[in-house]
Design a protein around this ligand. Structure first.
Ligand code: SAH
Ligand code: SF4
Length: 399
């Protein structure tokens, strides 16, 4: 059996990212300024912004009329001026292993006449955690040769609000806000713990090519008075945008993952073409000096296992050698195939032999179990339907 559930158009669209009026994704200061914009005085605006912050991020409220500590008249004014949006859910699929994948549709916040875009967000429940894999862009401008997202032509950066909206909508669907209902299929962890305990920026897109929006979204997600996710439970994965790595540690302070995938520049140039700009030595130097890196806060190195390409014992030994002076974790990812891909996943005994060498060098349990393959939700398989837009729409959109 593969597909457990496939819901189409599960929600009617609520206004989302309809320009600056959407409060989701505004910093506290911007929210206060927006309130001043409708006539509230400075101190009052600041206090109301704190109340709104709590309603939006702690309580998951989308309706101003539920904000009982705000006077009725002001609630009505807020409802006139602002929205607390959620994206439209185009589809929600649940894998037999409990992995969930949503296809969310966003209208362009700045250009009302532009066609909407679609992104995928994946939830991966495990016994001790629930991880939400969030997208930072529609498609990706990079073209890693083994990644499906890299073949998608339509690309735009997601706004901070759209990045956060993925988290908010997933929390809502998983019953993670107060009074919410856990889905009844029994695959979401029950009890007191939150369904979503971790966020990984490992969905569609290169987060460090959308730095300002990703930074804003992650600072809001980790705000202690709001969604309150620990920065140690947020991981940003990059293909190696070296100049943005130091600012990521200093300004955002989240955990870092690097898509390494090859130990030689000639091969990495092919697998992860950004390597031609910033080769392995420069990338590893940026990791060595990543702000906050320590043995307690290791950098994760992702390594996709491609049969006869990068999976020899010699590759494994070189990997260990390269990472020797960096506080590192190694994550071997079995290649997830997609229609038209030119690679094959390494055989299981090859992965084990490779993992053995890595293990013996002191790295624990390095192989990442593929999840949600039946719903096409595994690493590198994400690619939205947006690409089906007619060429003329696309050309207009890219202007
Ligand atoms: N753009 C960022 C984050 C998104 S990709 C990055 O490249 O790091 C998340 C991870 O999945 C990356 O390590 C990526 O290289 C890996 N990946 C991409 N395609 C894959 C595939 N088909 N099978 C397995 N892993 C893949
Ligand atoms: Fe983009 Fe990451 Fe895919 Fe490379 S692996 S194409 S950087 S999403």
């Amino acid at each position: 059996m593969s597909l457990a559930l496939n819901i189409d158009h599960t929600t009617a669209p609520r206004p989302q990212s309809a320009g600056p009026a959407d409060l989701v994704g505004l910093s506290r200061r911007e929210m206060a300024a927006a309130l001043e914009g409708i006539g509230l005085a400075g101190r009052d605006a600041k206090m109301r912004a704190s109340q709104l912050w709590n309603w939006i991020y702690v309580n998951g409220v989308t309706d101003f009329s539920a904000m009982t500590n705000i006077a009725k008249g002001l609630r009505a004014e807020l409802a006139d001026a602002f929205a607390i949006g959620r994206p439209e859910i185009v589809s929600e699929q649940v894998s037999v292993d409990g992995t969930r994948k949503w296809l969310f549709r966003f209208r362009d916040p700045l250009h009302a006449n532009m066609p909407p875009v679609e992104v995928e967000t994946v939830y991966i429940p495990e016994s001790d955690r629930g991880t939400l894999c969030v997208s930072s862009q529609v498609g990706c401008t990079l073209t890693c040769s083994f990644c499906h997202t890299g073949t998608q032509k339509l690309v735009r950066n997601l706004t901070a609000g759209e990045i956060l909206a993925q988290v908010m909508m997933a929390r809502e669907r998983l019953g993670d806000f107060p009074g919410g209902q856990r889905p009844t299929d029994g695959l979401v962890p029950s009890g007191e713990t939150r369904a979503i305990t971790n966020i990984v920026m490992m969905g569609m897109g290169e987060p460090l090519y959308n730095y300002e929006n990703v930074k804003k979204a992650l600072l809001i997600a980790s705000d202690g008075d709001g969604l309150s996710l620990s920065k140690r439970r947020i991981t940003l994965s990059t293909s190696g945008v070296v100049p943005q790595i130091e600012p990521t540690g200093r300004e955002i302070g989240v955990m870092l993952a690097i898509s390494l995938h090859a130990v030689r520049n000639d091969l990495r140039d092919v697998l992860v073409p950004i390597n031609k700009k910033w080769p392995i030595e420069e990338l590893l130097e940026a990791c060595r000096t990543y702000p906050g890196v320590s043995n307690a806060r290791r950098i994760t190195f992702e390594y996709v296992m491609l049969k006869d390409i990068n999976d020899s014992d010699a590759d494994a030994r070189e990997l260990v050698r390269l990472l020797a002076r960096i506080p590192a974790k190694i994550n071997l990812i079995p290649f997830n195939p997609w229609p038209g891909s030119n690679y094959v996943c390494s055989d299981w005994d090859r992965i084990e032999a490779f993992a053995d060498i890595v293990n013996r060098a002191g790295y624990a349990s390095p192989v990442r179990t593929p999840r949600g393959r039946d719903i096409f939700a595994a690493c590198g398989q994400l690619k939205s339907e947006t690409e089906r837009l007619k060429k003329k729409d696309r050309d207009a959109f890219m202007l």
